[in-house]
Design a binder for this molecule. Sequence first.
Ligand code: NAP
Length: 279
Amino acid sequence: MAKLIDGKHISAEIKEELKQKVAELKAEGITGALAVIQVGDDPASSVYVRNKKKACEFIGIDSLSYELSEETTQEELLELIEKLNQDEKVNGILVQLPVPKHIDENTIIKAISPSKDVDGFHPQSVGALTIGQKGFVSCTPAGIIQLLKRSDVEIEGKHCVIIGRSNIVGKPMALLMLRENATVTITHSRTKNLKEICKAADILIVAIGKKEFVDASYLKEGAVVIDVGIHRDENNKLSGDVKFDEVEPLCSAITPVPGGVGPMTIAMLMNNCVEAMTK
Ligand code: NAP
């Protein structure tokens, strides 16, 4: 039976550590505040925003909430971001994505000061990661590194195959695994022989966004499987990009959905917020 990589437990552990660190920083007179901007009232975004605010409260930093109407113009949003860039009390700025269609996501990401870019999406943050310099790292892939390390999965020298090359998961994931000295293969929708490539993986990270796409035929026996996917059915039941029941008996360790990668994203966002306090 595979070891279950427990994201719920590990994220709780990280948040406890951060709470302690924030208390120590507060004792030195250093406080933290995250500005969270939501444009429109997409219900899924509202849940994410609420959870982020709750996490701030737990670790002891302020969250400043900006709930803007769907009709907010790009100029108005840019103005608010600039105001927050200049505000010394604010050390992290987050714009909940997606933004409405009349607003250009890339322009918004670029407007956030790299020193407050706690999502790690700014081109400067991505560039720093690429050349191995210090900078904020995208939260979901950073969380996966923590899951692996804190579950004693050896990364160095292992062959890691990643399905997916998105800017928020696949690409930064590949760079982080490279930083940890894994041998990395990135696959995508034009990849030929996907199954054979996956079968060569010691660590298989699946971020394809297709419900239960990966079954046992994609796996080498004893591989470690990280399932990034989140899919919610009509009964609110969550599942991932991996057919868990079929894959689990074959692998040495696996993340469940829910309770695997999901809880790590907010924990790592909080980690970035604490890092921002000492920048
Ligand atoms: P995305 O932007 O849709 O990217 C999906 C990637 O999969 C793309 O690179 C695409 O290739 C590739 N792909 C699609 N079909 C394929 C196929 N048949 N064979 C091989 N590759 C294929 O998705 P994402 O934002 O990275 O998210 C992936 C999943 O993770 C989603 O289920 C999402 O909900 C979930 N997610 C979870 C968290 C979390 O906190 N747990 C965070 C972010 C995302 P092309 O580039 O060629 O199109």
